[in-house]
Each structure stands twice: as structure tokens, then as C-alpha cells.
Design a protein around this ligand. Structure first.
Ligand SMILES: Cc1cc2nc3c(=O)[nH]c(=O)nc-3n(C[C@H](O)[C@H](O)[C@H](O)COP(=O)(O)O)c2cc1C
Length: 208
């Protein structure tokens, strides 16, 4: 195989984090609870890595990035469905409940009001709105999977939409400190796994 040429020849060592922060930090980062249900197990986690991926209004598609280490990842891989519940500005406590704890350690939705949507995924009460989706493809990123999903149901409830940029300064100090500690650990895990990409992960998923 020939060597990559031009800009592609640069390695990650050419990247200065001080330059990357302002560039990636300026990208839109919605705050959502990504929920799913596999068998009789429901779960939801917080995600900001969510991007629109279709220009066809009646066929909304998105890309949702979920880390391999999350409990939600295995549930989505086996169910093939997820719902994106966009948070309303009053739902700050969900960042702590769903984003700083794992469903492996207990039922995170036990005291979070929800109903099951068309795909079986939990639709959380009080959200700005939701997209109930089926996974149509996936790409492995070593440390995360980028799921391409298509919405089969959508609803805007209204209220104020929460973004990570406006929510972050509102976090109580204890939550912010815990977040800094958690993300530092996850960056270490990613550094060890993000080069080990499985190109056929989705085609060999359980139940696939
Ligand atoms: C503000 C915020 C943004 C996050 N964004 C993502 C994301 O885009 N993708 C992801 O996989 N995890 C993201 N997380 C981390 C998960 O929500 C977190 O690890 C969660 O505890 C996983 O829960 P689970 O093990 O029950 O799946 C985010 C967490 C927070 C607080």
C-alpha cells in the first residue's frame, strides 16, 4: 500500500490541543438523553455528540456517537434502536443522574418519568422534544461507535432547549469537579483504544 500524501500524511502529533479547543468548541453541541431498551432493560445516558445526517425533511437521520465503555452502547448494539430526548433547560439534574452514573450500577430511569415509544425506547417526560429512531448503520471509531439512525417518530414539546455551552456554567461545583475527573479518565481510555478500529463491527453485532 502506498504512503498517504499531502495533508493526509500528518499524524496526530501535529495537532496542538490549544488550537483544537476553539475549533471544536464552536461546533453545535445539543444536550440529549439517549435512551434505549433491550429485552426488559431500559437505560439512558447523556450525549452531546449528535449531528444531523440527512437533507430530506421526511426522512430525518442523525449520527449519534456512543462510547464503547457505556452500558448504553451494548444495549443499542443488541436492540438496534434508540431515542434522542433533547433536554429542556429545567432538566439540569438529568445531567448528573444520566451522565455521571452508569446503568450498570442501578436503574437510572427508576424515578425518571417516561413512556415507551414506537421503537420501545424510553421517551422522557418534560424534554424539549424527541426523535425515536432505528439504527440503519454504524461505524466503529475504536473508542466509540458512530450510529447512523433514522427517526420513525418525532415530537417537539417546546420550552427552552438546553445546550452544553449554557448548561456547563450552571452545574454545581461538585458536579463540575466530578465531570472533570470522569472525562480525564475517559480520555485515557480513548487514547488506548481509538486506534483499534473494527471496520465491520455493525455487520457482526449481536442479533445482526
Ligand atoms: C455533558 C455530557 C456529555 C456527554 N456526551 C457523551 C457523548 O456524546 N457520547 C457518549 O457516549 N457519552 C457521553 N457522555 C457520557 C455518558 O453520558 C456517561 O458516561 C454515562 O454515565 C454513561 O451511562 P451508561 O453507562 O448507563 O450508558 C456525556 C456526559 C455528559 C455529562
Amino acid at each position: 500500500m502506498s504512503e498517504p500524501s499531502g495533508a493526509m500524511a500528518h499524524s496526530a502529533s501535529d495537532v496542538n490541543p490549544a488550537d483544537v479547543g476553539p475549533l471544536l468548541g464552536g461546533l453545535s453541541a445539543p444536550l440529549a438523553a439517549v435512551s434505549t431498551r433491550a429485552g426488559d432493560v431500559s437505560n439512558a445516558q447523556i450525549a452531546v455528540a449528535i449531528t444531523a445526517a440527512s437533507i430530506v425533511p421526511q426522512r430525518p437521520r442523525l449520527i449519534v456517537q456512543i462510547y464503547h465503555t457505556n452500558f448504553t452502547h451494548g444495549l443499542i448494539a443488541s436492540s438496534g434502536v434508540l431515542a434522542i430526548n433533547f433536554l429542556e433547560s429545567s432538566q439540569l439534574p438529568l445531567i448528573w443522574q444520566l451522565g455521571m452514573h452508569s446503568g450498570r450500577d442501578g436503574d437510572k430511569l427508576e424515578d425518571v418519568g417516561h413512556a415507551l415509544g414506537a421503537t420501545g425506547s424510553p421517551l422522557l417526560e418534560g424534554c424539549y422534544g424527541y426523535l425515536d429512531c432505528r439504527v440503519v448503520n454504524a461505524m466503529d471509531g475504536g473508542d466509540m461507535t458512530a450510529f447512523l439512525v433514522e427517526a420513525v417518530a418525532a415530537r417537539t414539546n417546546g420550552g427552552g432547549r438546553m445546550t452544553w455551552r449554557e448548561a456547563r456554567p450552571r452545574l454545581p461545583k461538585r458536579w463540575a469537579d466530578e465531570w472533570d475527573r470522569k472525562i480525564a479518565g475517559e480520555i485515557d481510555v480513548s487514547l488506548g483504544t481509538m486506534s483499534a478500529i473494527d471496520p465491520g463491527a455493525w455487520s457482526r453485532r449481536p442479533g445482526g
